[in-house]
Design a protein. Sequence first.
Length: 379
Amino acid sequence: MIFVFGATAALCFIGMLTALWHLRWMQRLPSLAPFGHVIGPVRCSVVIAARNEEARVEQTIRHVLAQQHVEIEVVVVDDRSTDGTNKILQQLAKEDSRLRVIRIDALPDGWLGKCHACHIGAKAATGDWILFTDADCWMKRDLLARAWHLAAREGVDHVTLTSGLSVESSGLRACHLMFLLSISNWFSGTNRDRSKSYLGFGAFNFVRASAYRECGGYEALRLTVLDDVKLGLLLRRAGKRTRAFIGGDDVTCFWGTNVASMIKLMEKNYFAALEFRLSAALAVCTFVIALISIVVIGLISASPAGLLTAASPFCLAVPAGILARRMGWSWRAAIGAPFVLPVFVCALLNSTFKTLIQGGIRWRETFYSLETLRAGGVK
C-alpha cells in the first residue's frame, strides 16, 4: 500500500510541475497599449447563431455593436426561435443598420442546428475577419481590436478565447480553474504551433475570412457537436496558425448559477469530446475514481504515507492559484480546485449515459441520433 500511496503522491506532484510548465503559454489577451498606434479599422463580421435567447441576446448585440476601432457588421441567424428572440432582433435591426437578421424556419437534413446557422451567417458575412460567438456572450468594447492587432503582430489566422463566468460562485470558479488546468497542454501546444495541437472556443472564435473558407468552415462541421474546437482542427489541418488566450472578464458567458447547472450544460459535450467512445469514458472515470479513493484511504489510514497522499492533490492548487490571479480572482479561489474532480466525473458519466440511454443528444430542442453523430462528425 505504501507503493500505491507514493505513486499517487508522485502523480499529483508531476501533474503540478507539468501544469506549471504549460502555464507559460496560458495568458490573457494583451491590451491595446503594447501595440502602439491603432491600425485600421479592419472590417469584422460577427456571426451569432441564436435560438430562444430572449433573456440575454439584446445585451449581447449591444455589446458587439459597441466594439471600438473596428468596422463592424453583425449577422444574427435566428435558428427557429419560438420565444421573443426574433422580435428583439428585429427591433434592434431597426435601430442600427449594422445588424442583419436572418430567420431560419426549417433545419435541412444532415445538419446540426447551430452549425447550419453559423454556416448561413458566414455565407452572408462580408468582413475580412469573422467572429463566431454565442448569443449569451458579452464582450469588452476593445476586444475585437485587441484580437485583430494580436493576429497582425503574430501573423496568425485565428484567435480564440475561453469564456469567463457571468455568474461567479466559489464552486463555479473552482470548476472553471480545474477545466483550464485540464486543457493547459492544449493551450501550450497550440500557442507553440505544434502540428497536432488545436483549440477553439464558442465564446470567441475570431478567424480570417479567407482561412475560414479555405479550411471548409461550417459546411465541413455540419454534424460536429464540438464545432468550436473542431474549427480549430480544420484550420490547423489547412496549415493555419492559432493563438489561444484566457478570456476572463474580456468575454463572459452564462454557465449557469451553480455546479449542478454546469453539469447539465455540459451534457451534450463531454461524451462528444471522447468521440462517443464508451471505453474511453469509462477509462477516464475509473482512473479518476481510483485516484480519489486512494486519497480517501490515505486520509483514513492516518499513516505518514497516507496523510502525504491525502494532501498531495493540493499540489494542483498552485497552478490553479496562478490561473486565478490571471483571471483577476483571489488566489483563494484555487483552494477548491482539487475538490471538484468528482464534479467532472459526474459530468462525464451524466453526459455518457444520458446520450446512450437517449440514443443521441438533444440540443436546442432538436434530437440528433448517436449513429448520425458518430458517422458525420469531424475527427
